[in-house]
Design a protein around this ligand. Structure first.
Ligand code: FAD
Length: 480
């Protein structure tokens, strides 16, 4: 079923301010820690993408979606950046086969809003609805349901991608498995995605039913997250300030979609679904102003906030009905919240440790405490089996994400110590959130790196695709 062409609008439904073609701009990721200047080009269709990719731009090029990566993945100092947000259409929805075909720059919000009237939704969503579909593919993003449903990559049927060697090609797992899987999590370095066909999931209602538990220590937290009958969504907020026997205590949220109510309630449900779609396209309730002096999130405030959050959390709650949009995207309520961290920005550090590396997990918690890292948010989740390509982040085990003000003086030393523990036990750091890791650790964290480089030698032999992240970590090398 083709979807009628909408007026050009951004995720909040506001007409998008398109940058002029070929304008030089300073770019950064959501963390605003590393900035660089590039020539930003705004292709309107696949042909324009192919022209840019084929033109052999000086300094190479990289695709950029909504710029919601935290680090330096979607910027390219001295080269070109293809801003894909003008290609934002939902092209077709097939309710029978539960499939949706979209342009690369369509946002998660726009696609979910288009699917909702068909009682469908996206099977995997990140913590913000403002990322683009191609950004989600290139980072193989995960949601609160990775242990049940895998990452975004698992739900991609086909992509149209433009590589320097081949131009525009439609790729499926059957037609070119190396390129297909290599692009899922490939950080934009295998080609520019222009279109994707994705699996959609049923949306029985726009609500989830949540159980909340406050645990006393790590074992109880792990038990709830890895229980025999895991719910579809689970996530824990760790109190990283607690030590001794209380280390690893957490607020654990486990939830399932609320099933369709009785026929009598269907009218109410239709209205709720329409409201859900509208809410996805609405702007934030408040927006942080551009100039926040010195950053509000200083260590003392961070500690006080952690303590308050912990004390305020209910000890136990069952079957709380919550609306899906705020449940999945709680941070989207505040626009530009990254500005709260001040001019120097924030680092979001996320790692995953394989199942069985429990001693390393405990060591990571100890290091965070020993270094007195001022952690504002510590989100802990369980991952299911790995899927996707050589650079895809998720692997079966435990993942922790922390937000830290970049201005905090002890940051470099603390994270370098954590990197070592993570790499030594076969874990890895999430590249889409990184702007600081040492390149030497990459092969230990991503053991299929050679395969990725071999793929690049085939699809990008002259090294046209490059980014600040790629150069910093040596990902843009084309030799195997
Ligand atoms: C508040 C917040 C919450 C988040 N929560 C989660 C979460 O729960 N789980 C999770 O996994 N991630 C999460 N993220 C990270 C985010 O989902 C990823 O970084 C995602 O890739 C950002 O998509 P984007 O459209 O903003 O892409 P960008 O940030 O612009 O780019 C990210 C990568 O995608 C590549 N890319 C973009 N467009 C294309 C294209 N057309 N073709 C090829 N490559 C392309 C870029 O080159 C770059 O390597 C979160 C980020 C924020 C800010």
């Amino acid at each position: 079923m083709p979807v009628p062409e909408p007026a050009l609008a951004d995720a909040a439904g506001v007409p998008a301010a398109r940058p002029a073609e070929g304008r030089e701009r300073m770019l950064s990721g959501w963390g605003r820690t590393t900035r660089s200047r590039a020539l930003v080009l705004v292709p309107r269709d696949a042909q324009e993408v192919a022209e840019h990719v084929g033109s052999g731009a000086v300094g190479g090029l990289i695709a950029r979606g909504a710029g919601r990566n935290y680090g330096d993945a979607a910027q390219n100092a001295g080269g070109a950046v293809l801003d894909m947000t003008a290609m934002q259409r939902v092209l077709a929805i097939d309710p029978e086969r539960r499939q949706v075909t979209v342009q690369a720059g369509a946002t998660i919000a726009a696609v979910m809003a288009a699917l909702a009237p068909h009682e469908l939704t996206l099977p995997v969503v990140p913590g913000t609805r403002h990322v683009t579909i191609a950004g989600a593919i290139a980072s193989d993003i995960h949601g609160k349901n990775h242990h049940r449903d895998g990452g975004f990559a698992r739900h991609v049927h086909a992509i149209t991608v433009c590589t320097p060697a081949q131009g525009l090609v439609e790729v499926s797992p059957q037609s070119d498995p190396e390129l297909f899987y290599g692009t899922l999590g490939g950080m934009g370095l295998t080609g520019v995605v222009v279109q994707a066909t994705l699996a959609a999931a049923p949306l029985p209602t726009p609500w989830v039913s949540e159980d909340l538990d406050r645990t006393g220590g790590l074992n109880a937290t792990l038990e709830l997250l890895a229980g025999e009958d895991p719910r579809r969504y689970s996530v824990a907020w760790l109190d990283l300030l607690a030590g001794g026997a209380r280390a690893g205590r957490a607020l654990v949220s486990r939830a399932d979609p609320v099933e369709a109510p009785s026929r009598r309630e269907r009218t109410r449900l239709d209205a709720a679904r329409a409201e859900f779609a509208a809410a996805l396209l609405r702007g934030p309730r408040v927006t942080v102003p551009a100039a926040v002096p010195g950053g509000l999130l200083q260590p003392a405030a961070v500690r006080a906030f952690n303590e308050l959050r912990w004390q305020r959390g209910p000890r136990r709650a069952r079957g709380r009905h919550l609306e899906m949009a705020p449940y999945f995207f709680p941070l989207d309520v505040v626009g530009d919240w990254n500005r709260l961290y001040g001019r120097r920005g924030l680092v979001q550090y996320q790692f995953v440790l394989p199942t069985g590396a429990d001693a390393s997990l405990v060591r990571c918690f100890e290091l965070l405490r020993e270094h007195r890292v001022p952690v504002y948010l510590a989100v802990f989740k369980r991952f299911g089996p790995a899927f996707g390509g050589p650079l895809s982040f998720p692997l079966e085990g435990w993942t922790l994400a922390i937000d830290v003000p970049a201005a905090w003086s002890g940051l470099a030393g603390a994270l370098a110590a954590l990197d070592e523990v993570v790499a030594a036990c076969g874990g890895r750091v999430y590249l889409t959130k990184d702007a600081r890791m040492r390149a030497e650790l990459l092969p230990a964290m991503y053991p299929l790196l050679r395969r990725f480089r071999a793929l690049r030698a085939r699809v990008d032999p002259d090294g046209v695709l490059s980014s600040d992240l790629a150069r910093r970590l040596g990902l843009d090398e084309v030799r195997a």
